[in-house]
Design a protein around this ligand. Structure first.
Ligand SMILES: Cc1cc2nc3c(=O)[nH]c(=O)nc-3n(C[C@H](O)[C@H](O)[C@H](O)COP(=O)(O)OP(=O)(O)OC[C@H]3O[C@@H](n4cnc5c(N)ncnc54)[C@H](O)[C@@H]3O)c2cc1C
Length: 495
């Protein structure tokens, strides 16, 4: 059996491993990094352009990031967290484009306005107040609000054509939003990594086992999917960037920090339209409000997608249930993840989230007509013949123990690492790819501090100009940095 020895092993060839690997190489080029991927090529799961919505999540349009408290006040905290996190991603890509490490930015990021759109008086009052708060903050400078059909039609004509004029509507519009092809970005990052030895990728190679090695790191067992050959890897650090597969591997590692975690898989469907006569008339990512009880990731949106030079519209996602943890996974994934340690949290979540369960059941049994009716709330003149159904990526929502409630369902992303920092896993989905750099920074700080040169944070400051400062609290810094990244990435200038 062959044995390879490396400093770092990245498991999974999605945007997370590609981003962390690139950052590590920028800070310590001599690191020996090996990337293992079970599928024949990179970005075939959640990071594929067609498996996610490609929204550069910046907290501009997602109404679930600005919840309203019982007293009617609206908190911007979560939206600003995400806004700053996405800005770090923009800064990183800007640095890599300037450096020649990434090619033409239009292949992975394009300016597409971000809109929120609501129907009904109550929702409109919420949106009006949300806009009042956001437009006053420099991070959302330039955000416009309107209740006028003519103005909304100017921003997004499909929303208004065929709509009853008496229907109360409200919309916000921010020209500086983005559509990101995370699949194309992952490929470009990996091309750059392959040109930065020592770095090796092994595709069609699944990690099947991992245990601590005597030297203090990990011994991984991998299987070549074509030949069935088993190979061993001795590695100082393991990063489980395996998307939906990360929970399974975390459980296999047996680290105590992973105990109590469970996962709840949620599948998704889109309606997709590539008819140029329709798609070319919509240029915005339009987010609505989630139905009562539904999970935040199922907020419906009518979404411009720019993929491989073509213009598309996606609508959805419609949630569903499949017990697989990856689209290419096995139906045994979810049952196989059940342990005595995560059963109680799971049952507690089922008890506390009945509306979610009802919502998912409703979605699973929704007819084609019901699905289309949801699209017509956004685009009243939509014609079924222009739309096809497509399967979205698989998400695994995190469930973890909670002292007071027994268990909680998390919609965010969670980094779990071994106490000795030799293994780290990213669990969960949202806001996922957009926050890949912020998540990687958290991992660098928690697990790689000692493995990087002493002045790594000074080096980081050259890569991410806002590192150590706060865009949210410094309007000048925010404007300066956003103008620079807009210019390099070919995006609309900030408002
Ligand atoms: C429907 C949907 C919509 C979304 N919309 C957005 C959006 O608009 N904006 C946004 O920022 N984010 C969005 N996300 C989230 C985003 O797509 C994910 O957070 C991100 O792509 C996760 O990247 P990853 O690298 O962790 O995982 P993935 O891209 O899933 O990659 C994991 C890789 O690990 C491999 N793997 C798994 N197990 C093993 C193993 N044992 N051995 C070897 N390889 C293994 C898999 O084959 C896969 O290639 C969305 C997600 C979904 C599902």
């Amino acid at each position: 059996m062959t044995l390879t020895t490396v400093d770092v092993t990245l498991v999974g060839a999605g945007i997370m491993s590609a981003t962390l690997g690139t950052l590590l190489k920028q800070l310590r080029p001599e690191l020996r990094i090996l990337l293992l991927e079970g599928l024949p090529r990179e970005a075939q799961e959640s990071s594929s352009a067609w498996n996610n919505a490609g929204t550069g999540h910046a907290g501009n349009c997602e109404l679930n990031y600005t919840p309203m408290a019982a007293d009617g006040s609206i908190s911007l905290t979560k939206a600003l967290d995400i806004n700053e996190a996405f800005d770090l991603s923009r800064q990183f890509w800007t640095h890599l484009v300037r450096d020649g490490a990434l090619g033409a930015p239009a292949a992975f990021i394009q300016g597409v306005p971000h809109m929120s759109f609501v129907l009904g008086e109550e929702r409109r009052a919420f949106l009006r107040e949300r806009h009042r708060r956001m437009a006053a903050h420099h991070c959302y400078r330039g955000m416009a609000y309107s209740e006028e059909p003519a103005q909304v039609a100017d921003w997004a004509p499909l929303l208004m054509e065929g709509r009853e004029r008496a229907q109360p509507i409200g919309a916000t519009f921010l020209a500086s939003g983005t559509d990101v092809n995370f699949g194309a970005l992952t490929s470009q990052l990996l091309d750059h990594l392959r040109a930065s030895p020592p770095f090796e990728t092994r595709f069609s190679t699944a990690v099947t086992g991992l245990r601590r090695s005597q030297q203090g790191g990990w011994r991984l067992e991998s299987r070549d999917q074509a030949s069935g050959e088993t190979r061993l890897i001795d590695t100082g650090t393991v990063f489980l960037g395996a998307g939906g597969g990360a929970l399974t591997l975390l459980q296999k590692s047996g680290i105590p920090e992973g105990r109590g975690y469970g996962g709840f898989p949620v599948s998704g469907l889109w309606l997709r339209c590539g008819d140029p006569a329709v798609a070319s008339r919509h240029h915005a990512k339009v987010y609505g409000m989630a139905a009562a009880g539904s999970p935040p990731m199922s907020v419906p949106h009518l979404d411009t997608r720019l993929v491989d030079g073509l213009h598309w519209i996606l609508f959805g996602p419609y949630a569903g249930f499949s017990s697989k943890f990856l689209k290419s996974g096995s139906l045994c994934d979810w049952p196989g993840s059940l342990r005595p340690g995560n059963l109680l949290p799971l049952l507690a979540v089922a008890r506390d989230n009945l509306p979610l369960t009802e919502y998912l059941i409703g979605q699973v049994f929704a007819s084609a007509e019901q699905r289309f009716a949801a699209l017509r709330d956004f685009y009243p003149n939509a014609q079924p013949s222009n739309w096809t159904l497509a399967v979205a990526g698989q998400r695994v929502q995190i469930i973890k123990g909670d002292p007071s409630r027994g268990g909680v369902l998390q919609f965010g992303t969670e980094v779990v690492h071994a106490a000795d920092t030799s293994l780290v896993a990213v669990l969960g989905a949202s806001p996922g790819a957009s926050a890949a750099v912020a998540i990687s920074l958290e991992i660098l700080r928690s697990c790689f501090r000692e493995k990087l040169p002493a002045d790594w944070e000074r080096a980081l400051k050259r890569i991410l100009p806002s590192y150590g400062e706060s865009i949210r609290h410094d309007a000048d810094l925010c404007r300066r940095i956003r103008s620079q990244s807009a210019e390099v990435l070919g995006l609309p200038a900030p408002g």
